[in-house]
Design a binder for this molecule. Structure first.
Ligand SMILES: NC(=O)c1ccc[n+]([C@@H]2O[C@H](COP(=O)([O-])OP(=O)(O)OC[C@H]3O[C@@H](n4cnc5c(N)ncnc54)[C@H](OP(=O)(O)O)[C@@H]3O)[C@@H](O)[C@H]2O)c1
Length: 249
């Protein structure tokens, strides 16, 4: 084993890449997928899977050096800024090629009922004007920003049941891992009488159903703006990413 590809994961894109590489990659190359370790039941992935973080940028740099990592693929969520910044710096200082496998942005109609805001606090403020029953699909981090709504009911979708109660006054949790299809999303909006959707503007096909369903139901969508793109190689195509990896090896 003399080459190693490190996939920074925690997303469906990273899982697809690991599965796609598995049958194709030469036997002399090891694929390692790294997860933050936030969920109790991560999906089964081929290759070596590590979990729990590296200990900051310095830790990732040390890992790259000690494990002899040849390439890093940043396939993390577009809002996972800390690990992406770490990868950018650690790869730069170790001179390790890095590719970002990103999600294509959602295409929203310019005249549709949606608005983009800078952060959770702004989203929380915005919905006061028009919502009573909000579908929150932002994960657990950031929910604090919605804690002072006294008259709002929230439908909160999470990957798995949280260990602690949420910092919201009136809510229901549903669990599920993407992809979520359009029909099921439409049904949720109808069944729970949802009048507003709040989401990160993450993009990608696996979570686009809720956006299409909200547009179809003509309920307002509040999107948290995507963080700026980091420098370096970047693609939205799994095939291009695989091709780049094969060329580098
Ligand atoms: N943010 C979202 O909305 C979102 C949504 C879906 C999935 N995810 C996935 O969930 C994970 C955590 O997201 P986050 O927003 O909390 O990330 P983050 O803020 O960028 O990262 C926080 C810390 O978690 C560790 N970490 C994150 N991703 C890692 C990975 N793939 N491998 C090893 N360590 C990782 C790193 O610890 P060390 O500094 O110790 O290395 C990092 O400093 C990410 O892998 C992301 O792809 C995030």
């Amino acid at each position: 084993m003399n080459k190693r590809v490190l996939i920074l994961g925690g997303t469906g894109e990273a899982a697809k890449l690991a599965r796609r590489l598995d049958p194709e990659i030469p036997e002399s190359v090891e694929v390692i997928t790294s997860l933050a370790g936030r969920t109790k039941n991560p999906p089964d992935l081929p290759g070596r899977v590590i979990s729990g973080g590296f200990g900051g940028t310095q830790g990732l740099k040390t890992f790259i050096e000690q494990e002899g990592i040849t390439l890093v693929i940043d396939a993390t969520h577009p809002f996972a800024e800390t690990i992406s910044d770490s990868a950018n710096v650690a790869c730069t200082v170790t001179d390790t090629p890095r590719m970002t496998l990103a999600r294509p942005e959602w295409r929203l109609p310019p005249d549709g009922k949606w608005l983009e805001v800078d952060d959770m606090a702004a989203a929380s403020e915005a919905i006061r004007a028009f919502a009573k029953r909000t579908f929150l699909t932002i994960g657990t981090r950031g929910l604090d920003a919605f804690s002072d709504h006294d008259e709002m009911w929230f439908l909160v979708r999470l990957i798995e049941e949280p260990d602690n109660p949420l910092p919201l006054k009136d809510y229901l949790i549903i669990t599920g891992r993407p992809p979520h299809d359009l029909e099921a999303e439409r049904q949720l909006i109808t069944d729970y009488n949802i009048d507003c959707l709040v989401s990160k503007h993450a993009g990608g096909a696996a979570t686009e159903g809720k956006i299409r369903a909200a547009l179809a139901a003509q309920i307002p969508i509040v999107l948290i703006r995507r963080p700026p793109r980091l420098p370096g190689h970047w693609t939205e195509s799994l095939e291009d990413c695989v091709e780049w990896i094969m060329k580098q090896l």
